[in-house]
Design a protein around this ligand. Sequence first.
Ligand code: SF4
Length: 336
Amino acid sequence: MQVFPIFIPHEGCPHRCLFCQQEKTSGRWTAPLSSEVAEELNRILPAAGDGDIAFYGGSFTLLPDSRQQDYLAAALPFIRAGRAGGIRISTRPDGLESRHLDVLEGFPLRTIEIGCQSFDSDVLALSGRGHRAEAAAGAVARVRCAKIGVGLQLMPGLPGGDRTEALSSLGAALALKPDFLRIYPTVVLAGSALEPLFQRGQFQPLSLEEAVEICAAMLWRCWQVEVPVIRLGLQPTRELDSSTGVIAGPYHPAFGQLVRSRLWRRALLRVLEITSACQVLVCSSELSDALGQHRQNLEYIRTRTGDFAISAQKGISRGTLHVGSESFSLMEMASY
Ligand code: SF4
């Protein structure tokens, strides 16, 4: 599903989470007027399509009712003209009481993305979230009842969080049966409230290696229960990629590939244990994930086993590794 984002940085939000710096993550400093939304949509939408017009970066349902309806009304003509298929919004778990959903009634809302971030109430409190973990379950139930799709967002590595917390939060999120997840390991953004805590040594983000390891375990679990992870790591913006955007933490413009490649590395090592192969064949569309960024997986394995090759071959199904006539499942070989 193609998504056409309109960013409303921090709009509607009654809190300031310690990690939040929506201006840096969205690359936008002010929310657009509804007339500007129409102009932007006219510019970015195709002549015909079924994508979602998405209002991201704030707590949409906590905006004044009239502003929500103005934004939604600005999107409507484009849906009626067949240039988009529906609308999606993002908000907080405590912004989805029945009265909030009533405001959206009558608009073609297809999905609500809920920023849960963690299901550990201590982590939420230490991160300044302003809601408890239990808020998410009620929010998801009400959104489902309104026949709207649900995506959940999680942030490993928040203050007080660790690998155990990240996996336990993932388990709680999956128990709510979301349509998809987004996973963003916590980074210290310039201008966020985490920055001074980090500078004073009171908060230490995950290293890139730790974040890749934790997110690989999370991704594998999502594969296992067939819940799509539609984003791993922050979407690069000019601000994030500038020298002053990220102060510390596991930001990488291709974080998702690092995580997928880590699962390929686990699978390749296990296949080697079983077969002692010198060459593994994979599907061509997965070759770069299997090789790893800058061929890191290949080099990692070669330092342990010597001569070794990973190659693509036509006809090989995605998610499989072939050695001679034997076929192995990526899912099984990468298992935790
Ligand atoms: S709820 Fe979202 S927009 Fe509001 S402060 Fe937290 S991260 Fe930022």
